[in-house]
Design a protein around this ligand. Structure first.
Ligand code: IPE
Ligand code: IPE
Ligand code: MG
Length: 255
């Protein structure tokens, strides 16, 4: 199996990966497209929703690992604006898994000092998952550790349009002047308001695309792709992505 196709070599697999991380140069913000649940299930002749259930189990492990490493922001893509195209059964299953995840893991998130934040329009979710999400945001709102962004009914294009509408309201009310609009100011009208852009974007499952994720924020993110399916993604994969990230030379257009 190909793990981390951007790594160049696999020589550090089987070694203590964590000890190879330079803690002085951690990415501040990591974003992950949690993809491959369906294919994980298909390989085992199981229904897709069992793949989603298995994927849910990886979420808490990766959240705890990131938080213990000292990552300040972790963003997980859970449900896109395009995922409504899926069969109703699968959508219902995903919503139930979200409810189950919060009921099962909220206290653990709380004890890990994680603060939950949502990217996306949750007003469109059915009432039960929506209420659980609101409860979880409220429960963790005074925590001071890692910010966990869950992208839920999230689309990058949708977010940009949302931001434009909010800006137009503020221009209308005279709060800002159109001449003041610049990339930094615009960032403050996105769901990630006040947060740094992702340094590292991870996509497992073998797909080499963005699928409408964080379009504005990933202008200078480093990408790490892997063939691993999300239900097989372990903390070692996260360590490998970070080690690989730390070998890169980020120039931001400079030299
Ligand atoms: C990701 O797994 C989970 C969601 C999009 C909700 P998929 O369900 O997309 O899995 P594949 O890509 O079909 O394997
Ligand atoms: C992206 O995965 C969305 C999430 C992981 C939530 P998809 O499976 O929906 O993306 P495509 O359809 O392969 O581009
Ligand atoms: Mg997919």
């Amino acid at each position: 199996m190909l793990r981390g196709i951007n790594m160049g070599d696999n020589k550090y697999i089987d070694k203590d990966l964590k000890s190879q991380i330079d803690f002085a140069r951690l990415p501040k913000h990591i974003a992950i497209i949690m993809d491959g649940n369906g294919r994980w299930a298909k390989k085992r002749f199981l229904p897709r929703n069992l793949g989603h259930q298995e994927g849910m189990k990886r979420v808490i492990e990766i959240v705890e690992t990131a938080s213990q490493l000292g990552i300040e922001y972790l963003t997980l893509y859970a449900f896109s604006t395009e995922n409504w195209k899926r069969p109703k059964d699968e959508i219902d299953g995903l919503m139930n898994i979200l409810v189950l995840f919060i009921r099962r893991e909220l206290e653990r998130l709380y004890k890990n000092n994680v603060r939950l934040h949502i990217l996306g329009d949750i007003s469109k979710l059915p009432s039960m998952p929506r209420n659980e999400v609101i409860k979880a945001i409220d429960r963790t709102k005074s925590n001071s550790g890692m910010i966990l962004n869950i992208a839920l009914n999230y689309g990058g294009r949708d977010e940009i349009i949302f931001g434009i509408k909010e800006i137009l309201k503020d221009i209308d009310m005279g709060k800002i002047d159109i001449g003041d609009l610049n990339p930094e100011l615009f960032s403050n009208y996105l769901y990630t308001k006040g947060q740094p852009d992702p340094d590292l974007l991870i996509r497992p499952s073998g797909e080499l695309r963005i699928s409408n994720f964080l379009l504005y924020q990933i202008a200078y993110s480093e990408f790490w792709f892997s063939d691993i399916l999300w239900p097989d993604f372990t903390r070692d994969d996260l360590y490998m992505a970070i080690i690989d990230y730390q070998k890169r030379n980020r120039r931001f257009g400079g030299i």
